[in-house]
Design a protein around this ligand. Structure first.
Ligand SMILES: *[C@@H]1O[C@H](CO)[C@@H](O)[C@H](O)[C@H]1NC(C)=O
Ligand SMILES: *[C@@H]1O[C@H](CO)[C@@H](O)[C@H](O)[C@H]1NC(C)=O
Length: 348
């Protein structure tokens, strides 16, 4: 039996929310294993013999379809397809009841075949609930628990000031520059990268991850999730064009896991890196923490980097610039921006 969360608001804060969103966006199914299908299941639309509800499972805008189904069948409903059972959870309360209050039984997730093929399994949001997950979660918590995040404030403040100062000279491509600014904070804290190494390439990596993960993990969009043997079909085979996409996604995922990591190691070698999560993890691995290996370090740091997809997405496009303008963050043409920025720079 599979459980899928389709709740999009009201869950926690910060990283946890990002992980939850990534998990949802990518349609990670949470599994409740070891239950026989003869047990009573939540209500759901009637399906056809054998293929079940294959045609009820939307390939696009899935939340709309599920919202409609939920109006008819309730907050927790069930669809079946090709021998798999998906439980759709579509209210915050139901999600909290199942995934928080009963987290000991509903914290696992099935290994997504696509995530395995692409190489996304090194991301905390996709991993099975096992020892590796617990190890990574522990390292993560150590650097990002509420009392630990205060250490990033000076960095955030410095970057905010720097951003405002550059705004004095140049107000073009506002969103692009906010995203870059955000990446500078993220990559300083995570990999210790010096400013000069932080280019739009990293913004691009996050934007691609967002687009690619969203597409790859639309529930039901790729039959290989239901029929794992399809992964062995070569891409030239009629109908197996999706394998080409998987190849591109693989290359993209490799970029996310390797590029900032390598850049961080290089910066350390040159003596230009500052203290960072990467640095601390490497030190811990050299010391007593024998459980920490390179894979774990790469996965943990990349998970932090990837948590940025959410922020970058919310800054996407010119609409956001308009909103900023409406909110009074950007002054209309002709107004005195300089005075305002100088004021902000001096504010504590
Ligand atoms: C990272 O940010 C801190 C705090 O602002 C700063 O002192 C440090 O120099 C930055 N690191 C690099 C490598 O630029
Ligand atoms: C991944 O996302 C980017 C958008 O940033 C897109 O250009 C690219 O085609 C996507 N790759 C695949 C295989 O869909």
């Amino acid at each position: 039996m599979m459980l899928q969360a389709t709740v999009s608001d009201g869950i926690g804060d910060g990283f946890l929310r990002s992980v939850v969103l990534v998990a949802i966006a990518s349609a990670v199914f949470l599994i409740a294993r070891g239950r026989s299908s003869t047990k009573r299941l939540p209500p759901g639309p009637p399906g056809l013999p054998v293929i079940g509800n294959v045609f009820d499972i939307p390939k696009q805008y899935s939340w709309l379809t599920y919202q409609n189904l939920a109006a008819k069948y309730g907050d927790v409903l069930c669809v079946q397809a090709l021998g798999h059972t998906l439980i759709i959870v579509s209210s915050v309360n139901a999600a909290i009841d199942l995934f928080e209050k009963r987290s000991t039984i509903y914290s696992d997730r099935p290994a997504s075949v696509l995530a395995q093929m692409i190489g996304w399994m090194r991301n905390l949001a996709f991993m099975r609930y096992d020892d590796n997950w617990r190890r990574m979660r522990r390292l993560f918590w150590h650097h990002f628990q509420p009392s630990a995040v205060v250490q990033y404030r000076p960095l955030q403040q410095r970057e905010a000031r720097h951003f405002l100062r550059t705004l004095l000279d140049d107000q073009t491509d506002l969103c692009g520059r906010i995203k870059l600014s955000f990446c500078r904070v993220l990559l300083n804290a995570t990999y210790g990268l010096p400013e000069k190494d932080i280019t739009h390439r990293y913004v691009e990596l996050l934007e691609q991850s967002d687009a690619n993960i969203s597409e790859a993990f639309i529930p039901g969009a790729f039959f290989v999730e239901f029929m794992p043997w399809l992964r062995h079909i070569p891409s030239w085979f009629p109908g197996a064009g999706w394998q080409q996409k998987v190849k591109q996604w693989q290359a993209q995922a490799t970029g996310v896991f390797e590029e900032p990591y390598r850049a961080g190691l290089d910066a350390m070698k040159r003596g230009e890196a500052s203290s960072s999560m990467l640095h601390e993890l490497i030190e811990a691995a050299r010391g007593k923490e024998t459980e920490i290996n390179e894979e774990l370090i790469k996965g943990t740091t990349a998970t932090v980097f990837l948590a940025g997809t959410d922020t970058v997405r919310s800054l996407a496009g010119p609409r956001h610039a308009e909103e900023l303008q409406l909110a009074g963050c950007i002054l209309p043409e002709g107004a005195s921006a300089a005075g305002c920025i100088l004021y902000l720079l001096q504010a504590p």
